[in-house]
Write a protein that binds this ligand. Sequence first.
Ligand code: TPP
Ligand code: MG
Length: 576
Amino acid sequence: MAKTKMTPSEALVETMAAEGVTTVFGIVGSAFMDALDLFPDAGIRFVPVAHEQAACHAADGLARVTGKPQCCIAQNGPGAANFVSALTAAFWAHSPVVAITPETGSMGIGTGGFQELDQMPMFQKQTVYQVRVNRPERMAELARRAFYMAKTENGPTQLNIPRDYFYGVCEDEIYETLNISRGAGPRAALEEAAKLLANAKYPVILAGGGVSQGDAQQEAKALADYLTAPVVNSYLHNDAFPNDHELSVGPIGYCGSKAAMRIIAKADVVLALGCRLGPFGTLPQYDIEYWPANAKIIQVDVDPKVLGLSKKVNVASMADAKEFARELLALVKNLKPNLKPVAKRVADIKKEKKVWADELEGWSNSTAKLMHPRRFLWELGKAMPAGSIVATDIGNNSSMANSYFKFNGPRQHISALSWGNCGFAYGAAMGAKIAKPDVPVFAFQGDGAYGISGVAEVMTAVREKIPVIAIVANNFEWGAEKKNQIDYYNNRFIGANLRENPNYAKLAEVMGAKGYRVENYSEVGDAVRDAVASGKPCVIEGIIEGGERVLAEPFRRDALKKAFRMLPKYKHLNVE
Ligand SMILES: Cc1ncc(C[n+]2csc(CCOP(=O)(O)OP(=O)(O)O)c2C)c(N)n1
Ligand SMILES: [Mg+2]
């Protein structure tokens, strides 16, 4: 399209359409109504949610599954403020969400008018790019920039628009932004990495989110196969490397796979591919100090800011995971043309996986009246159809799920990652379902997290016919936090119980969804199959045991201390 006279609202909407946007999540508001009015004719579906947090998570879920920038939009002030936490989740997930935040009109900024707040500082640290449209004539240019930066820097951006700037006339050309690759990175790093791996005694690949997001699974597999290198997944990226591959060991990190941790502990060379080596994701777990302190580390990421940030590394490269892995394999083959498969390593993986599977099975045995959460998770993992997408939340059960939900393809595990906000999964699942309508999409949440953002969004799913399947692990408590009060505060439960939970299955039915209340292991599979076949929004509530006997070890063992009090008034609260 050549330069044409149009309104700024048209420039914005046309730019979104040029970027392939077909769905926008938000809550209707006067501040952007002039643009909203154009959505249907621009081929853009507006999905109104119950709370803007879910809109932002949905845009994130849609972005993670499609690999393309996606939008959420909100009324200025309180609407935009409701994006803050969710946009931070997208930031730590390197997810290209374009948050469109209309603001107070340009003539009123700073006067304390209706719904006024400076909207730039509150998104400053969790966006890769922010811009305030400073003249209506620049709408297309700056909107385009917000999209370009979101995909180039792999993260959320903010397009902030004074509300009067939707009106007027501008002259613009509308076009799609370029896709830029970082390429395979500098030759020297590739050569050094190839040398290290070719001569390694026990090479291990740590597959990070960049492998899934960068569509690098084939290349990672080829490299692993040639080297007979075990592959572990980074924390909460359980879809980074296919679980059904014989070299796949499982995820490291909180509630991850002991097999993966024991295998990486043996490494003399680690290739961290598309991985920022996040500090929380590499903490000791189950009393295993698994990080191989003496191994040579090769770190590859598209973001140079994370290279060598939290771990000392020997080789670092700012590169695309796919292209790096492909080039690396060619170089390794040059160095070692006829590398033979190492049967011993394959056997080692098999053995460690079996030991871990047996241990895990032992943990779930229970004859108690209520379902054991681990057995509930095991039944769920078994019943979810292959290829399903699962959004997982934050909490004790959501974390335990890391050992039970397995993925064989990329972009299937949509997790809250290191932002760790309760209330992530339902919104994210709605976005994922819109991306892949033919694939079963589950949102796994604890009862607490479901209350934060979940239960109210069932109304959204019903209204908008988005058939996500919520699984609510109902243990009638904020289990993860209760576990801290058990271990560090002598079972003094303050704010940790949720005894008055409603019947979530019935509540779902009242909202127009299908509800299942599952109290026995034998019902789990049928409920999942029925929900998948129903084609409707569903809520499967699992009534499970909670408390000391079943909760997994605390999340933040690294940061908690037993209660120590000095004032006489509080001395009785000391915990030995
Ligand atoms: C938004 C937010 N608020 C509070 C927390 C602290 N927090 C972490 S886990 C957790 C408990 C979650 O309870 P629930 O969803 O019922 O899951 P459970 O641990 O019982 O499986 C809380 C409150 C958090 N991570 N995010
Ligand atoms: Mg709970």
